[in-house]
Design a protein around this ligand. Structure first.
Ligand SMILES: [Fe+2]
Length: 211
């Protein structure tokens, strides 16, 4: 079983003006594709590992042979995180068949965010602070902690992710420079602020509601 690049659930220009079409095209077709290719290359001589899902690989990296462990961690992690990232975004406005971004979550997720962080604004502020404060390349997550079942915000460096330690990711923001440099150059806080306009809260909530 080869790992495959998922199709973007919208066109490259759907997230304009917040995320530009050129960035989306390069980010998905070049960067994400490269992670998928390198993951498949790493697994080429290990047919048993090819039977594992991506999540299974990431959850048991200690069982991956040492000579390909770093490649699987980095490229498998990159594949996983980008696949989620595309889905937690949606156009602010668009055709009827396309899911739309919403300003805020609804339902149980909204209630639990408010109960956990005090208010939706507090949650956004803390998430943005961690995104803007992350040193170098990495990701910022909203996830469910396996130990207490609570919502948490956290950073991971490189392409590490909450799945690796058994936590359940709900939402993620890519703060690698390749995610924003063409449009925002060094102004990561502007990118973070713009990104809130294209969050697909319906999708985030659907993951949260899955057991
Ligand atoms: Fe990326």
């Amino acid at each position: 079983m080869k790992h495959e690049l998922p199709k973007l659930p919208y066109s490259y220009d759907s997230l304009e003006p917040f995320i530009d079409a050129k960035t989306m095209e390069i980010h998905h077709d070049k960067h994400h594709q490269a992670y998928v290719n390198k993951l498949n290359e790493a697994l080429a001589d290990y047919p048993a590992l090819q039977e594992n899902t991506l999540e299974e690989l990431l959850q048991s990296l200690d069982k991956v042979p040492a000579e390909i462990r770093t490649a699987v961690r980095n490229n498998g992690g990159g594949h996983f995180s980008h696949s989620l990232f595309w889905n937690v975004m949606a156009p602010k406005a668009g055709g009827e068949s396309v899911q739309q971004a919403q300003d805020e979550p609804k339902g149980k997720l909204a209630t639990d965010i408010i109960n956990t962080f005090g208010s939706f604004q507090n949650f956004k502020d803390e998430f943005s602070k961690q995104a803007n404060g992350l040193f170098g390349s990495g990701w910022v997550w909203l996830y469910v902690d396996k130990n207490d079942g609570k919502l948490k915000i956290g950073q991971t460096p490189g392409h590490d992710n909450p799945v690796m330690i058994g936590n359940k990711p709900l939402m993620v923001l890519d703060v690698w420079e390749h995610a924003y440099y063409l449009k925002y150059q060094n102004r990561r806080p502007e990118y973070t602020e713009a990104w809130w306009n294209v969050v697909n809260w319906d999708y985030v909530e659907s993951i949260y509601n899955q057991n």
